[in-house]
Design a protein around this ligand. Structure first.
Ligand SMILES: [Zn+2]
Ligand SMILES: [Zn+2]
Length: 267
């Protein structure tokens, strides 16, 4: 049997069926977290965006209230046993900032991840559009991608950057690395954290986000990590957190969690 995780840990990247591509009631995610010995979890489902942007992969604006109520119900059910927090995975896509700000002001969020899933109109992490990589120069692609990540860090909308090196998902790794390091400088200067996202270990690239050299570079810059499984099913909660912790601690990195959009250390 796998040993229990250290008792202060949170899983802070989790989805719910409201996004249309996750299974299991949020209560089952909470039970899984409790069984693993986690201190808590923070739901971060894909937030509503303007109707023209990536609609099939997220909850609709009119479902936001249901999302908040469901998480608050689970919060009450697990009170005293597990801390259940309310967050969002937001998208950073230039032109949508005002809409995102509106949603962020509508409810008392604990934690907001800012993720880049699109370069222009291309949803580059969608397996359906993977052939587009063959038409791209990877160095240019990463330069464009990290410019968007810097935009996310500058926007002051988000607590952490989601799955930092996401374009590697299908194996198109970044051979250059300069744009990534520049983005880390901006992330550090803006006081933003990084989602240490174990889902990468389940993808073709078979490497967590961010890559080990970027984990080291981030730790060197004093950027802390927020642990996230990016679970889309209860069985993925807390997935490979032992490996994540080892990787972070080996390079002197810190793990934090968020409540009320405040960074809490010692997590
Ligand atoms: Zn998802
Ligand atoms: Zn994502």
């Amino acid at each position: 049997m796998t040993p229990l995780l250290p008792p202060h840990l949170f899983d802070s990247h989790l989805h719910t069926p409201l996004c249309g591509h996750a299974t299991g009631h949020p209560r089952e995610y909470a039970q899984a977290a409790l069984d693993l010995g986690l201190a808590g979890l923070c739901f971060t489902d894909h937030m509503p965006m303007p109707a023209w942007y990536d609609a099939p992969w997220r909850m609709k604006r009119k479902q936001l209230g249901e999302y908040v109520r469901t998480v608050q119900e689970v919060q009450r059910e697990f009170e005293g046993r597990l801390s259940v927090r309310l967050g969002l995975e937001a998208d950073f896509h230039p032109g949508t900032e005002a809409y995102v700000r509106e949603v962020l002001e509508a409810h008392p969020w604990d934690y907001v991840i800012g993720s880049v899933h699109y370069i222009g109109a291309w949803g580059f992490d969608n397996p359906e559009f993977v052939d587009e990589y063959e038409r791209r120069d990877l160095t240019d692609l990463y330069r464009e991608y990290y410019a968007l990540v810097e935009g996310a860090a500058h926007s002051n909308l988000f607590d952490a950057i989601g799955h930092l090196d996401l374009p590697k998902k299908f194996g198109h790794t970044d051979q250059d690395g300069m744009a990534a390091l520049h983005a880390l400088d901006v992330i550090a200067a803006q006081g933003v954290s990084l989602d240490f996202n174990t889902a990468g270990w389940r993808k073709p690239v078979a490497e967590a986000y961010p890559a080990p050299d970027l984990v080291r570079a981030a730790a060197t810059r004093g950027i802390p990590f927020v642990l996230g499984s990016d679970a889309h099913t209860p069985g993925e909660v807390g997935w490979r957190f032992h490996d994540a912790l080892k990787e972070i601690h080996d390079v002197g990195g810190a793990v934090v969690a968020y409540a009320g959009r405040e960074r809490l250390s010692g997590n």
